[in-house]
Design a protein around this ligand. Structure first.
Ligand SMILES: [Zn+2]
Length: 265
């Protein structure tokens, strides 16, 4: 099954949310009533309805920045703040009197929308690519690039490093840009198997390389902090495309090069 197959599966939970939201919105008293159909009452349900109407996927590791309108991110931050405060109350935490948690909801909402999950709500950082005028075709690798992400299943950190190898093709980008793109892609809830594919797709779109390889090595706090509580276990996975996949000696050179970088850790 490909990532596209996974993403084409219907999101029952999202449909249910919109249905419930519509039920809660009395159509007769809604000021935004359009052609007799009430608009959903919350900003998140309006955004979800728009995305569903356009057939746009909004899984945890998708970016939805292109589908947010002016002022909606601010409104969403307020809604998330209210919901996080509700979560804290459901956890029977006295947010009205506990000086430590009084403003936790505001902090968490800001952290999700603008820091740890910014790769969902903010546009891709500007990355200029240039024609490969000297027709460079030797492999180079960059890494370790710090990986900071969160698991989609538990929303706890995934921390690690990745290495990216390129055999240049039509276009080239600056070395530091790989870190910026990786940070943007990883700043979403993920599972590691899909994260590396999404990063590879973004890099391919930017520089259309002849060969591309990515290795990702990370520790999952859902495994370290909870569950089986294995503090040292890590997961390593990779993707190889183009010449790195079709030519065994290129593939070997890529892995040999990043092994040298890993020993510097
Ligand atoms: Zn997890």
């Amino acid at each position: 099954m490909t990532l596209d197959d996974l993403k084409s599966m219907p999101s029952l939970e999202a449909d249910f949310d919109v249905a419930v939201s519509n039920m809660r919105t009395p159509s007769t008293s809604c000021a935004d009533d359009v052609a007799g159909q009430a608009l959903p009452s919350t900003i998140s349900s309006r955004i979800r309805q728009r995305l569903q109407g356009a057939g746009i996927s909004f899984f945890a590791n998708d970016n939805i920045a292109n589908h947010l309108e002016e002022g909606e991110l601010e409104a969403l931050q307020q809604e998330v703040t209210d919901q996080v405060r509700g979560l804290l109350k459901s956890l029977v935490i006295d947010v009205d009197n506990d000086h430590n948690t009084m403003e936790t909801a505001e902090r968490v909402a800001k952290m999700y929308l603008h820091e740890v999950f910014k790769g969902r709500y903010h546009h891709q950082p500007k990355v200029a690519s240039f024609p490969n005028v000297k027709q460079l075709d030797e492999i180079y690798t960059v890494g370790p690039i710090t990986v900071r992400s969160a698991c989609s299943h538990h929303l706890v950190p995934i921390l690690g490093h990745c290495w990216i190898g390129i055999q240049p093709g039509e276009r080239v980008i600056g070395l530091s840009k790989f870190s910026r793109i990786a940070d943007w892609v990883f700043s979403r809830p993920h599972i590691q198997e899909e994260a590396v594919i999404i990063l590879a797709d973004e890099i391919e779109a930017l520089c259309r390389p002849e060969g591309l390889g990515i290795v990702l090595k990370a520790q999952h706090y859902c495994m370290k902090w909870r569950g089986v509580k294995e503090p040292q276990a890590s997961m390593v996975n990779s993707v190889v495309r183009g010449s790195f996949r079709s030519n065994p000696s290129m593939k070997k050179e890529f892995f040999d090069l990043i092994r040298q970088q890993e020993t510097l850790l």
